[in-house]
Design a protein around this ligand. Structure first.
Ligand SMILES: C[S@@+](CC[C@H](N)C(=O)[O-])C[C@H]1O[C@@H](n2cnc3c(N)ncnc32)[C@H](O)[C@@H]1O
Length: 262
């Protein structure tokens, strides 16, 4: 997918709040081998690397455009490489991912796969947006089904692979992980108007549509902006952004669910 670092950066300040909530779930220990899946432009990966004493961090991303920017944040304990998070290799003390895992499908298989890449005692910490039922996303899918876009997109529609918090908790439990934390939080962003919401989603949810729309992109955006203005006429506007955060540890020894509630 052609990610655009500049477009993504427009709401960097708003996007960094959930990163810090995720970072707060990380068990800080020295000498960790860490991977940041979907590291994007790398500045938050640098914060992660600076938070973990004597650790070695790799930022992994599939986008050359994002990685070009990330290169500026390289450090002796931080490197970046291109790759697919769903095909992660190696063994890690910490697998961290802020706002990226939702770009890979089939979380019933992906989350257990990521856990299988943890060393004993390793931790998985993930943050993913769960706002796929917000009106902006519904209007994207509605517009994609209308003419002429349905034909131009070849019927394409992106269905979010994001599960419910209960489902993530169940997956983590079934993988025998410990210290399971799963929660959903609404981040209240105040934006100028509905155009600003369209600007926001142009850096994320619309990316797979832009890839397929070619030079019909502006036409699609114009239709979407009109629908959004009708649906969300307020100014300033509250953009309530739901996100799921979860964390769990792979047991360091043997035994199942030692922390049974009795
Ligand atoms: C919304 S950005 C998040 C970037 C960064 N983690 C942050 O918090 O700012 C999502 C990132 O995931 C990357 N991405 C999407 N699919 C991926 C995949 N299959 N493997 C690795 N990275 C992927 C994109 O290139 C993009 O940089």
């Amino acid at each position: 997918m052609p990610w655009n670092a500049e477009q993504y950066h427009k709401f960097q300040h708003e996007r960094s709040a959930p990163f810090y909530d995720l970072l707060a779930l990380v068990e800080i220990r020295p000498h960790l081998k860490v991977i940041d899946l979907g590291c994007g432009t790398g500045e938050l990966t640098r914060v992660l690397a600076e938070t973990l004493p004597d650790s070695v961090v790799t930022g992994l991303d599939s986008s050359p455009d994002m990685l070009k920017k990330a290169a500026a944040y390289s450090a002796p304990n931080l490197r970046f490489e291109q790759g697919d998070q769903a095909r992660l290799t190696g063994e890690w003390d910490l697998i961290f991912s802020n706002a990226a895992v939702h770009w890979s499908e089939n979380h019933e298989e992906l989350i257990p796969y990521l856990i299988s890449k943890l060393k004993p005692g390793g931790q998985l910490c993930v943050q993913i947006p769960s706002n796929h039922n917000h009106i902006s996303h519904l209007l994207i899918r509605e517009t994609a089904k209308e003419d002429p876009f349905h034909g131009i997109l070849g019927g394409f529609e992106r269905i979010s692979p994001v599960l419910t918090i209960d489902q993530y908790a169940k997956i983590l439990f079934e993988q025998n992980t410990e210290n399971i934390i799963v929660f959903e939080k609404v981040y209240s962003h105040v934006l100028e108007n509905s155009d600003a919401v369209v600007e926001w989603i142009s850096g994320t949810a619309l990316v797979p549509y832009f890839e397929r729309l070619g030079n019909h992109k502006d036409e699609f955006l114009e239709v979407l902006r009109k629908k959004m203005k009708l649906a969300l006429p307020e100014s300033p506007l509250l953009y309530p952004f739901r996100r799921i955060l979860f964390s769990a540890k792979k047991p360091s020894g043997h035994g199942n669910h030692s922390a049974l509630v009795k």
